[in-house]
Design a protein around this ligand. Structure first.
Ligand code: HEC
Ligand code: HEC
Length: 214
């Protein structure tokens, strides 16, 4: 009888350990079902329910890394009386009521959604863009995008976002924002340094290529 009690205590102890483990992971990784509740109510109108936005100025979020989404949401919000590192009047209003935990849950939700593959509209422009994406530009010292965003555009979590299939208009707009400094939330100014070496024509070409990358 004593043996049974020891075993049942042991089972309870292991179950407790496991549930703590799952609990801890949800804190670190976010809870997608909680994220979905916010996404379906507040975000779906602009980013679509599954994050595959169909409006070219609104980014596709489906399949994006959770850490990157959470970081962007934090960056849209002023922290400790400092102005937001990433400026967008629309998104500033959206993140105002969100807690850090909400942001993690939302990241977990969109990361689980399947991205719809895109197709470049202008094949000739996309071919020029592919050369930049894969080889950079030796003359201007522009590095290849693939080094950080990976050859298939899936990015490298947690720091390098997925780009594959993103709307041309959105990607080009972000590159221009990095150029003017309107977007300044890239750690160590890495994207601002890269875009300073790009011409407007290169921005258009690489954004066109990325829209069809998968
Ligand atoms: C009225 C339209 C609208 C709504 C509603 C909206 N967004 Fe956005 N979102 C945008 C636009 C436009 C941008 C691009 C901002 C920019 O950089 O100019 C954006 C950017 C983002 C980004 C950055 C993506 C990236 O690739 O860097 C994230 C993350 C995001 N939104 C999440 C959300 C979440 C979560 C909600 C709901 C709580 C939401 N959005 C609601 C329009 C919207
Ligand atoms: C040295 C690494 C590195 C290289 C090379 C690089 N990137 Fe990035 N890129 C980053 C990082 C880091 C971020 C995320 C910045 C942040 O945290 O907001 C980023 C963000 C971006 C974004 C914003 C994505 C979004 O959803 O808003 C775009 C677009 C982008 N890069 C395009 C490019 C292109 C095009 C090239 C090649 C010309 C390139 N990157 C080369 C590191 C790199």
């Amino acid at each position: 009888m004593q043996g049974m009690k020891v075993i049942s205590n042991l089972v309870m102890f292991i179950a407790l350990l496991l549930s703590n483990q799952i609990f801890a992971e949800n804190i670190v990784n976010g809870d997608p079902s909680e994220g979905e509740k916010i996404a379906s109510k507040v975000c779906a109108g602009c980013h679509s329910a599954d994050g595959n936005s169909i409006i070219p100025s609104n980014p596709i979020l489906a399949g994006q890394h959770p850490e990157y989404i959470t970081k962007q949401l934090l960056n849209f919000k002023p922290q400790d009386n400092k102005p937001a590192e990433r400026k967008s009047p629309v998104m500033a209003a959206m993140v105002a009521p969100l807690s850090a935990e909400d942001m993690k849950n939302i990241g977990a939700y969109y990361a689980q959604q399947e991205p719809t593959p895109g197709a470049a509209k202008d094949k000739e422009l996309a071919e020029k863009g592919e050369k930049i994406y894969r080889g950079g530009n030796i003359e201007s010292g522009l590095p290849a995008c693939s080094g950080c965003h990976s050859p298939n555009g899936s990015g490298i979590p947690p720091n390098y976002p997925r780009l594959a299939g993103q709307h041309t208009e959105y990607t080009a707009a972000q590159l221009r924002y990095f150029r003017t400094g309107q977007r300044a939330n890239d750690t160590n100014s890495v994207m601002r340094g890269i875009v300073s070496r790009m011409s407007e024509q290169e921005i258009k070409a690489v954004a066109e290529f990325i829209s069809g990358l998968n």
